[in-house]
Design a protein around this ligand. Structure first.
Ligand code: 9G3
Length: 565
């Protein structure tokens, strides 16, 4: 390939809409272009990288027993009615009708489609286990597409679905995928960390997210420095507190005019926030409940919803708070409440705590659980945070932001029951197939690799996913000797099966070097007049920015050894 021919328009300026470095470089290096908000076109260099990522994925999934299929993008609404999910996703789902007014959606995921495919043909346990995957565009109408392809409305996903006869089989499929993901991401040069995740709306009982750590990440995770526990804060378990010692004092009202926040209360009473009971009033399935957590923690609403087993959970508005507590917002407390109370472990062990008095401008001291209020339930309903004790080993949690590039789920029989995908076991008894689903954001992975492999000059591609391995840059292509030497080397590298691109433009050397650094080819061979006289060329290693002079007669062998060929 030659630079004068490839469609890879590089940009000098940083596009205004790009906040993230990977988004900036993907536009500037000519890997992709924006077609609409959250919709992108991939250019030749971008496609070459995507293909390499996809081939690494295919090699590892095929090795683990996966079979590649290709599922439809337009999906009939009937299947989503059968699974009960047609109305679950609202505006995020792209919906359309065909010429006969029949309803369809553009596939945001493929559980329904693949379960309907399998139920028609799998009838016996002898046909299980089965692992089917596709690499295909997905469509989700994000409210705020941002960060380039990291959060776009059309994106490329590899989604694999496993079909087993029982939970034991699912555990094996899940582990096989978990291990395959570790190999895929490390072969892509991506440092990922698997974390325990919440299964969310898709059901099933547990899941792991493969996270790329970085400040641009939209997810918050906590991980332990002393053991390998790591979890999305949506799911991270919190260690119970040991109950405090101390004799119970009698209740005492404290005038706290206009003290409606934890901070002001801490300042006024000169006590630590951990000694306060923060009382949050929610509507769970439209019924008021109180959730208690210590002043230095936050409620984790996903955990609270699970404890309450409710469908909807929203914070109560000021009117409801006044009606339920008899006081304006900021003075709610557990003492005297007539509604169910869920107490987090961070308050259930407190002795002589301070809480709102359910009275305007008043708090109450020396509140003790089971004397002054009886919780309906004591549970882990708080959001884990840095500094918390590790629930596994007692070590200390650290927090970090992360971006999910892969996710593995145990679905169980949620879809096979809903869509009647059954098989006959050895005794001829009808059983629902046990499923798992496993996604990798392929376009998101490309962006994540750039996030982890770049410097101030541009991208530094790992060899495994680089669009080309080597770029040859003659200082002057017009110069007869330099051109001849460059063309000869180009032929030799191609003949050696090395992916090489030749910069044959009549541009100033500086422009050619800047483009090569921006696009991030791993190796650059510069053919310059001085070194050429001695039969040498200069080899530039992009990632370490080191230069070495190599005789032209040895350079092919040198590149081969660098590529471990
Ligand atoms: C929808 C819409 C958005 C969605 C979903 C459905 C996320 C949806 C969860 C998954 C789970 C796994 C297979 C590959 C790995 C992830 N956003 N999810 O189900 F209709 Cl609009 O997609 N699916």
């Amino acid at each position: 390939m030659r630079v004068s021919q490839i469609y890879a328009p590089t940009l000098r300026e940083v596009p205004a809409e790009a906040e993230l470095v990977s988004h900036q470089y993907m536009l500037r290096a000519g890997l992709m272009r924006r077609a609409a908000s959250g919709v992108y076109s991939y250019l030749p260099l971008g496609v070459r990288v995507l293909q390499k990522i996809m081939n690494i994925i295919r090699e590892e999934l095929n090795r683990a027993g996966g079979q590649e299929i290709l599922l439809p993008i337009i999906q009939p609404a009937e299947l989503w009615h059968e699974s009960g999910r047609w109305n679950e996703y609202g505006e995020e789902m792209f919906r359309l009708t065909d010429r006969h007014q029949r309803e369809f959606c553009l596939g945001p995921t493929h559980e329904e489609i693949v379960t309907a495919l399998v139920r028609a043909d799998v009838r016996s346990y002898k046909q299980l286990p089965l692992m089917l995957y596709q690499i295909q565009n997905k469509y989700r109408d994000e409210i705020r597409p941002r960060f380039g392809v990291i959060r776009s409305r059309e994106f490329i996903m590899k989604d694999l679905y496993s079909f087993d006869r029982d939970e034991e089989g699912l555990d094996k499929s899940y582990q096989a995928m978990y291990d395959a993901y570790s190999r895929i991401f490390s072969r892509c040069g991506l440092d990922t960390r698997p974390v325990e995740a919440d299964t969310g709306a898709i059901g099933g009982d547990n899941s792991h997210e493969f996270m790329v750590l970085g400040d641009a990440g939209e997810d918050l995770i906590v991980y332990c420095q002393d053991c390998d526990y790591a979890a999305n804060v949506e799911r991270a378990e919190c260690a119970p507190f040991e109950a405090e010692e101390g004799s119970w004092q009698s209740l005492e009202e404290i005038p706290t005019p206009n003290v409606t926040t934890i901070e002001k209360l801490v300042e006024l009473l000169e006590i630590d926030a951990s000694r306060l009971i923060k009382t949050m009033i929610y509507l769970a399935d439209d019924k008021p409940i109180a959730a208690l957590v210590s002043g230095n923690n936050n409620i984790n609403e996903i955990k609270l919803k699970k404890v309450l087993q409710c469908d909807t959970l929203v914070l109560a508005d000021a009117g409801t708070i006044e009606a339920v507590t008899g006081a304006p917002v900021g003075f709610a407390g557990p003492v005297g409440l007539e509604i169910p109370i869920i107490a987090d472990y961070s308050v259930s062990g407190l002795v002589n705590a301070v809480a709102g008095a359910n009275k305007a401008d008043t708090h109450i001291a020396n509140v003790n659980i089971n004397r002054d209020y009886i919780p309906t339930k004591i549970a882990d309903i708080r959001e884990a945070k840095a500094g918390d004790k590790c629930v596994r080993c007692g070590g200390t949690f650290t927090s970090a932001r992360g971006t999910e590039v892969g996710q593995v789920f145990k679905l169980g029989t949620k879809y096979s029951k809903a869509l009647k995908a059954n098989f006959l076991d050895e005794n001829g008894k009808e059983q629902p197939i046990v499923m798992g689903c496993y996604g990798i954001g392929v376009s998101r992975t490309m962006a994540a690799i750039i996030e982890q492999h770049h410097d101030e000059d541009g991208i530094c591609w790992p060899i495994s996913v680089a669009p080309f391995h080597v770029i040859i840059v003659p200082v002057s292509y017009k110069d007869e000797e330099q051109r001849a030497a460059a063309e000869k080397l180009y032929e030799e590298l191609n003949a050696a099966g090395i992916e090489v691109i030749l910069d044959d433009r009549n541009e100033r050397p500086g422009v050619k070097f800047k483009d090569a650094d921006l696009i991030g080819y791993p190796y650059r061979i510069t053919i310059g007049p001085k070194q050429l006289q001695d039969g040498n060329a200069e080899l530039f290693i992009r990632s370490s920015k080191t230069k070495v002079v190599v005789p032209l007669s040895e350079i092919v062998q040198h590149i081969k050894s660098l590529l471990n060929r």
